[in-house]
Design a protein around this ligand. Structure first.
Ligand code: NDP
Length: 435
């Protein structure tokens, strides 16, 4: 079931809490079955990722020009990071937003979500622009981000650890808590890593949705601007490659805030628990590795040829077109939009229909292909000066292949023989005729 818009445009906190539906089904042991299938190869995989990925962030940091005198443990950076994080929590509460219902949960209830990511992002950008005017372009906040980059990495990783412990222990507080299907093995390290509770919340504040879209995603945009600012301070101009990099990634970031409601039906919100893996990915991995291109360009400006710009922009546009139109086509189809009534589909025993023509007849995850093409365009702006800036495209390919296999397992279980039939008609997983 998809997210449903409520007729009330804005509710205050007490009204929202009163509106929370009570569970329709009796809760019992069957509500939270034991997890038998451990993703990421279980405890060894969880430990490997918990140690390996934070290490990778530091390795990538040092692989590019390190800031002279920067400290790994930097209390100023920690203070700055906490101010950022809790400042965004404060904005969540005071900035208005629509209230939507999430999908139906296992106990028959729905959660209410406040959709104000875009409004909060606009407030952050307005503050930044105002600071630009007040400080005559000096923007000490951006200088702080560039100077304390290493300390901010540590602060964000530390925060991910703290948050993961907090939600893990919180998940034991209430026997009616809905746990993630994948996070209830009873093995503390694995459950802590993968996420035990499905929707950890404090009242209306949903920790998972907040982390998915705000502290890391917004910081990603801010870091990119800080790197452009650094390039200007160092070289007296901003290169075309830096401008493209900022624009490409900014479009992606603001898009995710505009489409905040779509998250309510995504696997991350409907199925995954919130543990170290998501906390770390959201808070640390996204802002401090997705910005490698602008970090490189800040100290090594690349001036592109017109042909280079045309090629990169075309690649980005094609990727964006495939990504956006395939996702929109599926959403339109699932919501019964007449504009896609001509598309062919198969009926399934589960009641849901599966598209077999249009974008979804070309490959089973053509949207991932568009997303990945965009990632190549982002990396290509740095030219062929270093392999480090191509990290994003490589990492993203691994993420999407793994995600495809998880979605495949989910759909195979949900649709059974109908899924086999769908796979017979739509042969390719992601890239038509290749994969
Ligand atoms: P998808 O949007 O690809 O949705 C998969 C679901 O769609 C399936 O579980 C199934 O759900 C339904 N479905 C599958 N095939 C069909 C079909 N033929 N017809 C109708 N419905 C179908 O999944 P994601 O949430 O993984 O990705 C959403 C977007 O987010 C993608 O574009 C992806 O690239 C992007 N993304 C970006 C990330 C980043 O870090 N930048 C990370 C993850 C995703 P059902 O049970 O309803 O049938």
């Amino acid at each position: 079931m998809s997210a449903v818009e409520t007729s009330e445009p804005l509710l205050d906190q007490s009204e929202v809490l009163a509106a929370q539906e009570t569970p329709a089904f009796a809760v019992g042991p069957e509500l939270n079955p034991k997890t038998t299938n451990e993703d990421f190869s279980g405890v060894p995989g969880a430990l490997g990722i918990t140690i390996g990925l934070p290490t990778l962030i530091y390795v990538l940091y040092y692989a590019l020009d390190a800031v002279p005198g920067a400290k790994v443990i930097d209390l100023c950076a920690l203070e700055g990071y906490l101010l950022w994080f809790f400042g965004l929590v404060g904005l969540f509460y005071i900035v208005p937003g629509r209230i939507l219902d999430g999908t139906t949960l296992r106990d028959g209830s729905h959660l209410k979500y406040k959709m104000n990511a875009l409004n909060c992002f606009l407030v952050v950008l307005a503050i930044l622009i105002a600071r630009g005017f007040i400080t005559h372009g000096e923007l000490p906040e951006l200088v702080f981000v560039a100077d304390h980059f290493l300390g901010l990495i540590t602060a964000s990783i530390g925060s991910a650890f703290v948050l993961a412990f907090f939600v893990y222990f919180k998940s034991f507080g209430n026997p009616k808590t809905i746990l993630a299907y994948g996070g209830n093995t009873g093995k503390p390290i694995f459950d802590w890593f993968i996420g035990r509770e499905l929707n950890p919340r404090i009242g209306m504040f949903d920790i998972k949705l907040f982390c998915e879209l705000r502290p890391g995603m917004f910081l990603w945009a801010i870091i990119n601007v800080a790197e452009a600012h650094l390039q200007y301070r160092k070289f007296g101009y901003i290169s075309d490659s830096m401008i493209l990099s900022n624009i490409f990634q900014f479009i992606y970031i603001i898009d995710s805030s505009i489409l905040e409601a779509k998250n309510l039906t995504m696997i991350d919100i409907t199925t995954d628990g919130f543990g170290f893996m998501l906390a770390f990915g959201d808070l640390a991995l996204v802002p401090f590795t997705y910005t490698l291109q602008t970090r490189f360009l800040a100290t090594h400006p690349v001036n592109l040829t017109w042909l280079g710009i045309a090629g990169i922009v075309t690649l980005k546009a094609i990727g964006y077109y495939i990504f956006r139109s395939s996702n929109s086509q599926k959403n339109a189809f699932r919501s019964g939009d007449p504009s896609v009534a001509h598309l062919k589909y198969i009926e399934t025993k589960s009641g849901s229909k599966l598209l077999i023509s249009g974008w979804w007849g070309i490959s089973r995850h053509i949207n991932y292909f568009g997303d990945w093409l965009m990632s190549i365009a982002w990396c290509a702006v740095t030219g062929f000066n270093t392999p480090i800036t191509y990290y994003y495209s490589l990492y993203f390919a691994i993420l999407l292949i793994h995600r495809e296999s998880r979605d495949e397992a989910k759909c195979s279980e949900k649709y059974g023989d109908d899924w086999k039939e769908y796979k017979r008609i739509v042969r390719w997983k992601i890239i038509p005729y290749l994969y």
